[in-house]
Design a protein around this ligand. Sequence first.
Ligand SMILES: *[C@@H]1O[C@H](CO)[C@@H](O)[C@H](O)[C@H]1NC(C)=O
Ligand SMILES: *[C@@H]1O[C@H](CO)[C@@H](O)[C@H](O)[C@H]1NC(C)=O
Ligand SMILES: *[C@@H]1O[C@H](CO)[C@@H](O)[C@H](O)[C@H]1NC(C)=O
Length: 353
Amino acid sequence: MATDELRSPLLPPRRPRRVSSAAATLALLLVAGLGPLPSACCGTSRSRHSPRSSPPDPVELTLLAAAHDKGAVCLDGSPPGYHLQTGSGAGSRSWLIHLEGGGWCNTVRSCSGRRTTDLGSSKFMQTRINFTGTLSNDPALNPDFYSWNRVFVRYCDGASFAGDSQHGDQDGNGKLFFRGRRIWEAVLDELMQKGLAHSEQALLTGCSAGGLATLLHCDDFRARFSSEVLVKCLPDAGFFLNVEDISGQRSMRSVYSGVVHLQNVTEVLPKDCLLANKDPTECFFPAEIIKSVRTPTFIMNSAYDSWQVQNVVAPDSSSPDESWRRCRADIRSCNSSQIQVLNGRRWWMASRL
Ligand SMILES: *[C@@H]1O[C@H](CO)[C@@H](O)[C@H](O)[C@H]1NC(C)=O
Ligand SMILES: *[C@@H]1O[C@H](CO)[C@@H](O)[C@H](O)[C@H]1NC(C)=O
Ligand SMILES: *[C@@H]1O[C@H](CO)[C@@H](O)[C@H](O)[C@H]1NC(C)=O
């Protein structure tokens, strides 16, 4: 749109049309073509309610102060954000940084669809969330990290905090911004000023697309601290398989190819992989990334990850028959040959690890 082009690219675009959240979610699922968003993992506000000894303190969203100056913005041009709960006592110089997940967008259309959701715009983010799991401040629920400084970094770029495109793309609503890597940089800079720079130990973690981001940024995270600081990474449910689906298509690779090219993620890809002249899309898969990660990393992933069974092994594009639909919805409904297929994918992952 000509009028949007005349505005500074760092100004937020016009207000998105109002869409009910159900409609926005549906649009997202259809255009993203990735099925339900991964949600079954990780200690975040999105996980199931767990019993606790005291009610949680909701943690406020902080919008990134330098977002516009640094061009570190969500898909729609709005500032990204994070929730920080300050540590205390023995944990006051320990930090846990959790990168939120939520699939990817691999086309202008699917990225556009995120404009009206919290995965593409801070205008739609809940401003207060409850910290649960490894983010909880309840020692009974989270004995290891409850007293640490804990941060939940919101995901609104659609490319695992990895994209950086000068251009962005126009959709019907103006410019789209692909700035995940700048969001990563700018959030880390701000947290450094808020005490991360004085930490004695720091753990980078994240779930799903945030787990992939954890692997992609692990060594860069490590490099921000002196060698006396203990730094480790923990990608949760982020080991996405570079395998054929049940119809023999590489559907996950085509999703990633879209993300890699549309959002320009080259800068964060492992250099060894690129130097070996591999296709950049290959280098976006954990099986390649882990070859060059030097920082101590604990990879946590189910071999029968339900999201991957539904979206990588038997995605809609593989035209699963009725029996596969039942199997991917509930592993207990799989017949013996389907279990063999799942075990083949499990073996693939175990051998790479
Ligand atoms: C946070 O927890 C409180 C107390 O359990 C609950 O009332 C509230 O609905 C929760 N908020 C969200 C956003 O889930
Ligand atoms: C892609 O990223 C690289 C590295 O950050 C940058 O030099 C290049 O200008 C970017 N390309 C586009 C089209 O934005
Ligand atoms: C299991 O289901 C698949 C998909 O419908 C079918 O092709 C296969 O023959 C079935 N295998 C067994 C052992 O029933």
